[in-house]
Design a protein around this ligand. Structure first.
Ligand SMILES: Nc1nc2c(ncn2[C@@H]2O[C@H](COP(=O)(O)OP(=O)(O)O)[C@@H](O)[C@H]2O)c(=O)[nH]1
Ligand SMILES: [Mg+2]
Ligand SMILES: [Zn+2]
Length: 354
């Protein structure tokens, strides 16, 4: 039963190390601030986190896709989340707004479906961002171009060329919920017990795609509420869904902005920009700024047109963005450290007084 939800031997090992007698395993199906819906071996339970959990200094809310240990409340279909199993992957972004904080969009995913629509939403610069986050997540990227019924052969070729430039070797699927193009093939990508998350802007057809893959109308989509002025963002929470052939999907609400998060040791930028970084190693000087130095391989490539200016500018911009987030994170850690010492010294002083 748990196997159908993506349980594997690695989780089993972690579980064996941590399990306690009254704990039941489950996977988070939906997550809001206060509640988690958890699919356990004994059914779907509404679960909360005990306060002691959230007061822990390194506390992080569990996310959709997390495997958790639940303690059932006696006689109820509710429980307390006692433990979150170590994640095998996590897709993270910088939370929208000014706060320096990570937001886990989905945990324990095998595939990241990077969804853009063929008509209005296609944007390689955004794709670059999603790719960096995907390489950092530990999931495999799959590019999904929806609404293929709204473009023609030359439109497709143009998009394929642009994608080749930023995501060479990443699988690309043109899909349409209207004509059914590639729906079957995409469903085969999500093999039984594997999890794929649909990531992308609002309105690109993610929920409709889930319905196509499910062969039902489970997910609410924009069309249903087209006459409802508030109905623009129909998917309001992330949700884990089981496919009839055994795969698992996570539908997510659209992300209006996608700011990067860095985990310090992140290599996503390098993995997404192997072309640029390979050039940099060929510059004559190790500390080349790629501006006026002689023997600069980057400048040469830009002049020859083998590297486009847009791509290079994007690399520089994303690198700065990541460095900024890292600096902010360091500052935040330092502040937390200072606060900790303040509290400790206060306690010590008080002890001496008493
Ligand atoms: N032409 C066309 N429209 C689509 C397709 N898939 C979805 N749509 C429309 O796009 C809109 C947004 O769909 P929805 O699934 O709610 O997008 P989401 O916000 O990404 O979940 C709806 O009006 C859908 O009917 C498609 O393959 N072709
Ligand atoms: Mg949706
Ligand atoms: Zn250079």
């Amino acid at each position: 039963m748990l196997e159908n939800l993506g349980w594997n031997t690695l989780f089993q090992e972690k579980w064996n190390e941590s399990k306690q007698e009254n704990w039941v395993r489950g996977r988070i199906v939906t997550q809001s601030r206060d509640f988690s819906k958890v699919m356990t071996e004994q059914g779907e339970w509404l679960c909360t986190l005990p306060g002691s959990f959230t007061h822990h200094p390194t506390f992080e809310f569990p996310a959709v896709g997390d495997w958790v240990a639940v303690e059932q409340l006696p006689g109820e279909e509710r429980g307390l989340i006692r433990h979150v199993l170590e994640r095998q992957s996590e897709f993270v972004r910088h939370v929208a707004g000014l706060e320096t904080k990570a937001q886990v969009i989905a945990a324990n995913i095998d595939y990241a479906f990077l969804v853009m629509s063929c008509n209005e939403d296609f944007n390689v610069r955004r794709l670059e961002r999603y790719l960096i986050a995907t390489w950092d997540s530990g999931a495999q990227p799959i590019i999904v171009l929806t609404k293929s019924d709204l473009t023609d052969e030359s439109g497709r070729m143009e998009m394929e060329l642009k994608i080749d430039e930023v995501a060479y070797g990443v699988p690309v699927y043109f899909v349409s919920n209207e004509t059914g193009e590639n729906i079957e093939n995409l469903s085969k990508v999500v093999q039984p017990n594997y999890t794929a998350a649909l990531l992308g802007s609002s309105g690109v057809g993610k929920s409709t795609l889930v319905n196509s893959l499910l062969k039902t109308d489970k997910m609410k989509t924009n069309t249903i509420r087209e006459d409802d002025s508030k109905g623009k963002h129909t998917t309001t929470h992330r949700e884990l869904i089981l496919l009839p052939d055994g795969g698992i999907l996570v539908d997510t609400p659209g992300m209006r902005e996608f700011q990067l998060w860095s985990k310090g040791e992140s290599t996503g930028l390098s993995e997404s920009f192997t072309d640029v970084e390979a050039l940099i190693t060929q510059c004559k000087f190790n500390d080349c700024q790629h501006e006026t130095e002689p023997g600069c391989a980057v400048k040469e490539a830009l002049e020859e047109g083998t590297l486009t200016q847009d791509r290079y500018d994007s690399y520089v911009k994303l690198q700065k963005e990541l460095a900024y987030v890292e600096r902010k994170q360091d500052e935040k850690l330092m502040r937390a450290e200072k606060d900790k010492w303040k509290t400790i010294s206060k306690t010590v002083k008080k002890m001496y007084k008493d």
